[in-house]
Write a protein of this length. Structure first.
Length: 194
């Protein structure tokens, strides 16, 4: 009884990470075009600087700046995919816990995440220096697909063996119960035959 009450309370809370991720994405989208561009450039600059140090390329500052500018666009789009990958994971896991699996999970979680991506792009149309982009929705959708697939693969890999063992145990118990019932019936028939 206690376990059922706890599950009843905790299951709805499993959607909290998805809501928090939606807030994070919304806040990133609320940044002006300049702020968003500067953030992408800063991240790109740190990536190039780190690569320069690790690979010991001895690049000049102007070369680092130039490389950071070159990779800024791919870094920005990879950030889009990563955000929506995480969103898809945080949306898919609770549905999986509630028992939604397979194609149904892909449809429901996919519609929620891609719908959010569309709404987010619409939201950007009201932000200074930003605008909606169908291309970004497509990029976000790629992240969503891989996030949902990651949940399906991980859950199937780690949870399916336990479920299969549980099903085998129940099947064995039912078989054993039928066998006991047959034995009892045979004993009853023997008693009647005496």
């Amino acid at each position: 009884m206690f376990k059922k009450c706890m599950l009843l309370i905790l299951k709805p809370l499993s959607f909290l990470p998805a809501i928090l991720m939606m807030l994070v994405i919304f806040n990133f989208s609320a940044q002006t075009g300049d702020d968003s561009g500067n953030l992408s450039y800063t991240v790109s600059h740190k990536i190039v600087t780190f690569g320069n140090e690790v690979l010991q390329k001895n690049m000049e500052d102007w070369e680092i700046d130039e490389k950071a500018y070159e990779i800024e666009y791919p870094v920005r789009k990879l950030a889009h995919m990563t955000e929506y990958f995480i969103l898809a994971v945080t949306v898919s896991l609770p549905f999986y816990v509630y028992g939604l699996r397979g194609f149904g999970l892909m449809i429901v979680a996919g519609l929620i995440c891609v719908g959010f991506a569309c709404g987010d792009e619409y939201h950007q149309s009201f932000v200074d220096g930003r605008g909606p982009s169908v291309k970004d929705v497509g990029i976000d959708s790629i992240g969503v697909f891989f996030g949902i697939m990651a949940v399906r693969i991980c859950c199937w890999t780690f949870l399916a063996p336990g479920r299969m063992m549980e099903r085998s145990r129940r099947r064995w118990e039912r078989k054993r119960a039928r066998q006991r019932e047959r034995e009892r019936e045979m004993q009853r028939q023997r008693r009647r035959g005496r």
